[in-house]
Design a protein around this ligand. Sequence first.
Ligand SMILES: Cc1ncc(COP(=O)(O)O)c(C=O)c1O
Length: 438
Amino acid sequence: MAMTFSGLLLDIPAPTALAGPSDIFTRRESNVRSYCRSFPAVFATSRGATMWDEDGRAYIDFFAGAGTVNYGHNEPRMVQAVVEYLTGGGIVHSLDMHTVAKRAFLEEFERTVLEPRGMAHRVQCPGPTGTNAVEAALKLARKVTGRRTVIAFSNGYHGMTLGALAVTANPQARAGAGVPLPHVRVAPYEGNHGMATDEALEALSQQLRLAEQEDGGAAAIILECIQGEGGVNAASPVWLRGVAERARAHGALLIVDDIQAGCGRSGTFFSFEPAGIEPDIILLSKAIGGVGMPMALVLHRPEHDCWQPGEHNGTFRGFNLAFVAATAALRHFWRDDTLARSVATNGAIVREALLDMVQAHPGCALSVRGRGLMQGLRCEDPALAARIGRAAWDRGLVIERSGREDEVVKLMPPLVISDDELRRGLAILAEAVHAAIH
Ligand SMILES: Cc1ncc(COP(=O)(O)O)c(C=O)c1O
């Protein structure tokens, strides 16, 4: 079946049944596959906040690739920039050699993101995934400080490679390592188990003191300002400032993992901006690549740039098509505050809709969390969250769950979602909540 979309001819094979051992995915793809189990369709095309499967069924996307397609699927200006670059013979792979695409990105990033925020940070291109950025950050913090221990937080998620897994809380993910995951101390994230701000900060101080007594001090504290996989827990500015003060006082670098909450998801480009803190290392991935192009960045202070050339090397560190899409994204969405204002407006619409759902079902122990376009509906009963997710999918809404027991239905639509798609998606969710409860 040939389909045209955005002027491109897509050669899409005839629909194949998904269920059953005869389909190629079940027959050949590793059992490790995951999201396809929650969303059992074969997707073919997408635009904005809508995805279509190969049978032409439309789905509103409240998942956005876990915060990857913040600017919507196939944003036309980014697609055009990539297509023009390719058809113009632009170099696609160049290791980390200088290219015109990388220069344009660095100049735009400096102009649009770093300079307006007075950030002197250097830009490191690690491998293209979030976990690659985390590995590089942990290595750098240890190299800068000469220390080993890193402080991470309960419910934190930083990726699946061994270093990142060591600072990730999820027990099931950790069990997959098959080896010990040492040199990490875990402090409680604000609000975990009802822990108040002061209490959580005192517990952090305690971990920092223990790191000093037992291992010469902590190299870094790594955190997400809004925990994505951990259940959409948004930290308060007071707690974030308290963490930053303690990091400084104990000589530990502060690493903010903005891989999921960054690039405007929380309402500002970086999620830490409202707290007024200045992290030593900032990690970006997911949405930085514009239209879902694999890309990651480690931003670190110039005085910490003690890498030897090639000391943290790799083949795919700077994918030129990602630079092209990322440059277009910054140019079109971050030269002014239009997108940030629309995230604030849409965030308020989401909040109100979620509060309505809570009110409509008293006694079901529902609650709302998060900020910007990263919000969640927490269900005391994880089984209810699972039923809501399934009921939403059955009605054409792609929505994920997160939290220790997957008890939070997580809303992360593309930031550019249209008013109509947002309202239809929220209506489907309200219906799904009702159906799951009754
Ligand atoms: C906060 C955070 N850090 C790191 C990662 C790991 O990124 P990746 O899956 O690209 O390795 C994720 C992925 O969801 C994330 O949410």
